[in-house]
Design a protein around this ligand. Structure first.
Ligand SMILES: Nc1ncnc2c1ncn2[C@@H]1O[C@H](COP(=O)(O)OP(=O)(O)OP(=O)(O)O)[C@@H](O)[C@H]1O
Length: 389
């Protein structure tokens, strides 16, 4: 099973420029998580901090009991072996063919024989759909294949955690879906913990188990996908819909004068761009038929049901609706009566009585296993405008 990553109060700045502060989240072992955020909010800095390439100013990042913020160089070297990283362009050596690129970490970091190296390289090339491409140079293959080769190379040391930086960069929407399918298939096969940094809304809505978002130098939220996808938080809604209308601006956040000027423009009929309304929780992509069951997804179901009481009502509703009738019976829950399409626009207070602290009415959620620790779900109600629980 993949490693759990527990991040507490992590902050990073460059000189006087704070990038993000007080980031607290847990990547559950073997689950697929994604981090969203407008450009420049520090997503790549976050990934680099997780593998110790950048040193956070404060906080903890615990991996297998080791805090990589304060550990020794030797411990960091050992912890880094748990990671596989897929960089945006695959980061392949242009003068080496795919075989040698994928073999590189094995030759560099292990004492395996060439026979063993060959077995592993061919296995990972097959796993990533690159059978027969081993002799190709990176310059001779498509961007999608380069990413697959980068993933094959990230897999050769049997990582427990896989970090992926903007997998859709340079790919068309169809190729992006294919690489997303590959992530889920690989996750099912090796049960590694995934963190994907992305701007891609389709990917964010359909691939990960958990979703987070960085904005205004803070983690706006992080938790089960249903929380962010049903959020009324303006910055989340604007991001998911790709509109100009909202707090995210061209560079930094907008000031109130710009917000007002744009609001007047949109009210006068100017198109705010993006799509009219991307909302709701679409079904999650599944591993390709024939690929093993994703054990991370199985564990997640139990985990999310344990923290269900603490989630916002819309997220609870969506989670319950995603269960099969048998699962609903096993967990002692049933779909909320008021949970119909269009209901989301009705103010929660008036339509769902007794859901204080994000709970469904008592008669509609019953016999859920005793809640464990708070898990990943984290909203920041203190954040102005946050749609927190
Ligand atoms: N080594 C560095 N030294 C100084 N500033 C840096 C360094 N690396 C990143 N930054 C700054 O940190 C901020 C966040 O950068 P980062 O690349 O992490 O953003 P991002 O969210 O990944 O953006 P994008 O989505 O455009 O890739 C930027 O202002 C960037 O200039």
């Amino acid at each position: 099973m993949g490693a759990e990553v527990v991040i507490e109060g992590l902050s990073k700045s460059f000189g006087k420029q704070a990038i993000w502060r007080d980031v607290t989240l847990t990547l559950p072992p073997g689950e697929v998580s994604a981090m969203l955020g407008p450009s420049g909010t520090g997503k790549s800095v976050f990934l680099k901090s997780m593998i110790g390439l950048l040193k956070p100013d404060r906080g903890r990042c615990m991996i297998n009991g080791v805090d990589i913020v304060t550990c020794s160089e030797h411990q960091l070297y050992e912890v880094r072996k748990l990671f596989g990283v897929l960089f945006q362009d695959g980061a392949l050596f242009g003068s080496m063919n795919l075989y040698d690129n994928v073999a590189f970490p094995l030759r560099e970091h292990t004492k395996k024989s060439e026979t063993e190296v060959r077995r592993i390289v061919l296995e990972k090339l097959e796993m990533t759909g690159l059978n027969g491409a081993d002799k190709k140079l990176p310059g001779e293959i498509s961007g999608g294949m380069r990413k697959r080769a980068g993933l094959a190379r990230a897999l050769v040391l049997d990582p427990q955690i896989i970090l992926v930086d903007e997998p859709d960069s340079g790919l068309d929407p169809v190729r992006t879906t294919y690489i997303s399918q590959l992530f889920l298939d690989v996750n099912a096969q090796i049960d590694a913990t995934f963190l994907i940094v992305t701007h891609n809304i389709n990917l964010a809505r359909t691939v990960p188990d958990n979703l987070g978002m960085l904005f205004r130098k803070e983690l706006v939220m992080f938790g089960p996908r249903e929380v962010l996808l049903t959020s009324e938080e303006p910055v989340v809604k604007q991001f998911l819909n790709g509109k100009m209308d909202g707090p995210i601006g061209m560079s930094e956040e907008k000031d109130s004068a710009q917000l007002a000027a744009e609001r007047a423009m949109f009210e006068a009929g100017h198109h705010a761009g993006g799509v009219e309304d991307v909302s709701g929780v679409p079904p999650q992509m599944q591993p390709t038929p024939g690929v093993p069951t994703r054990m991370g997804a199985v564990r997640r179901k139990d985990r999310v049901m344990q923290i269900l009481h603490g989630l916002p009502p819309e997220a609870q509703q969506s989670i319950i609706e995603s269960l099969s009738p048998e699962e609903q019976q096993r967990y002692g829950v049933r779909p909320q009566r008021l949970a119909t399409a269009g209901h989301r626009s009705v103010p929660a207070e008036s339509s769902i009585p007794n859901h204080h602290q994000g709970q469904l009415p008592d008669d509609q959620v019953a016999h859920i296993p005793h809640p464990g620790r708070a898990g990943n779900h984290r909203l920041r109600p203190q954040d102005p405008g946050s749609g927190g629980a």
